[in-house]
Design a protein around this ligand. Structure first.
Ligand code: AHR
Length: 494
């Protein structure tokens, strides 16, 4: 099969905000406890954080990590996780029916973030709590005043404010599963009031209001409209969340989910602009896609899990090669929408639906999805160019036209590089790819990274990395070949 990508140097979609490649750590399962934090592990630092895990997080170059939830945040008392660790309460955690020891809280997490070379995107509890606790938390984290919560932080050993710039106003408040979920009107009011007091405490922060938990929620659209009508002047971003799965075992349709994500983004952006027009506002609300990934297997497997365990094995999805292909396509979708999506969080980072897995007292290893994420974060910096693709395609179950080639092209002016991310979704045919790069005098292919396995169901584990990238030989005379069902990164120097 032949395919072509046409790009024009001047046909720019937008500049990529580095935060597009963010991730997420929730107090859930083994993400924190026995994940990033395992004090008895032989690589643990003086705070109990695993250095081998930190090393892999740094390899991913994660610019921002959302914390502490997720569903968890809607029942969380942040004060339980600060100060003397021996005095912290052990509590029932209702989002995941677990036990929370509170040995890690905001004090420790901001230390971990520094070590992992990332920023914290902090969420406040708008489920069981509200604006009062939220503004106190912002004071604790960000204020340099001589006042109670700022002084409490000092007393706990942190003279300098943490300086968190990005804050989420609750989590998935439209979902029945959320602790103290709300109607759009109820959420819109509390989010507005929380936003006001947070910005009065620290006007420099940016705020994310909850959009829909999924594009297929019955309230999708009306939720966004109501929330924006109330919060518009106080917030900066609206959130989107989405997880995909292949329950039917239909790979082609599964790989078409990137199109669903694209439609979700474009519809949400259109709603933001509709409210902007209604309000005759100068301000544009951008998007924070702060939970996205593949997640389906463990949803069924965990139904009978014993409750009230500390650090239970929850949401430990074992990713196969096909999942890595969709993650690659979703990353291209995010890049292709970088004019509106400024923040993205691959959910999550360690053990829980994660690219990084750990064994207790043992190894750390990379799941299949680690690689497209790592390369996008490392090489997908600059401006996304509009990629016009020409190639054969197929129909999704909705009847959408899906090209076999899913691509994004990033112009990194600083490095003089044109970086093409390209997934061949065909299960049977290799693809001969031609790039027509208009406006670039000379473009020379210098690197071709390929993620391929003959078995679409191949998985990695702590012993074997069955799915890992290979650098392909570059030839001046033969065309670029994207193998059947493969993810690729092509770097051209100009
Ligand atoms: O990431 C796992 C969970 O998925 C999060 O806690 C929640 O926000 C979403 O439903």
């Amino acid at each position: 099969m032949k395919a072509k990508i046409r790009v024009n140097k001047n046909n720019v979609i937008g500049n990529i905000d580095r935060r597009l490649y963010g991730s997420f750590i929730e107090h859930l399962g083994r993400a924190v406890y026995n994940g990033i934090y395992e004090p008895d592990h032989n690589t643990a630092d003086e705070l109990g954080f695993r250095k081998d895990v930190i090393e892999l997080v740094r390899e991913l170059k994660v610019p921002v990590v959302r914390y502490p939830g997720g569903n968890f945040v809607s029942g969380y008392n942040w004060e339980d996780g600060i100060g003397d660790r021996t005095k912290r309460p052990k509590k029932l955690e209702l989002a995941w029916l677990s036990v929370e020891s509170n040995q890690v809280g905001v004090d420790e997490f901001q230390e971990w973030a520094k070590r992992a070379d990332t920023e914290v995107m902090m969420a406040v509890n708008l489920g069981t709590r509200g604006p009062d606790e939220a503004r106190n938390l912002v004071e604790y984290c960000n204020s340099s005043t001589d006042t109670y919560y700022a002084n409490l932080r000092r007393k706990n050993g942190f003279d300098k404010p943490f300086g968190f710039k990005l804050w989420c106003l609750g989590n998935e408040m439209d979902g029945w599963w959320q602790i103290c979920s709300k109607t759009a009107e109820e959420y819109a009011r509390v989010a507005t009031e929380a936003a006001k007091v947070i910005k009065w405490v620290d006007p420099s922060v940016e705020l994310v209001a909850c959009g829909s938990s999924d594009p297929h929620m019955p309230t999708f659209g009306t939720w966004e409209t109501t929330v924006l009508q109330h919060t518009y002047d106080y917030i900066d971003y609206l959130s989107l969340h989405c997880y995909y799965g292949n329950r039917e075992g239909d790979t082609m349709n599964f790989l078409a989910r990137a199109e669903d994500m694209d439609r979700f983004i474009k519809t949400t952006a259109a709603i933001c602009d509709k409210v902007k027009a209604e309000k005759n506002s100068e301000k544009t609300i951008n998007l924070s896609f702060d939970e996205w990934n593949v997640w389906y297997r463990t949803k069924d497997e965990e139904k009978d899990m014993e409750h009230w365990q500390e650090a239970p094995h929850l949401l430990e999805e074992k990713y196969n090669f096909e999942d890595a292909l969709l993650v690659g396509c979703m990353l291209s979708t995010l890049q292709n929408n970088c004019d509106r999506v400024k923040i993205g969080c691959l959910a999550q980072l360690v053990n829980v639906i994660a690219p990084i897995m750990t064994e207790e007292n043992g190894k750390v290893w990379k799941q299949t999805i680690f690689y497209p994420y790592m390369y996008a974060s490392a090489f997908g910096n600059g401006a996304t160019l509009k990629a016009d693709t020409e190639c054969d395609g197929y129909k999704s179950k909705e009847g959408w036209d899906i090209p076999y080639l899913c691509a994004s092209v990033v112009d990194n002016k600083e490095k003089g590089e044109l970086v093409v991310f390209a997934t061949n979704r065909s299960l049977t045919e290799d693809m001969e790819l031609d790039i027509d790069s208009c406006g670039f005098d000379s473009c020379k292919l210098v690197k071709h990274i390929e993620l391929y396995n003959d078995d679409i169901d191949a998985k990695n584990n702590s012993e074997n990395e069955n799915v890992s990238p290979a650098e392909r030989q570059i030839s001046d005379t033969s065309p670029v070949i994207l193998k059947k069902h493969s993810w690729n990164m092509l770097v051209y120097k100009y």
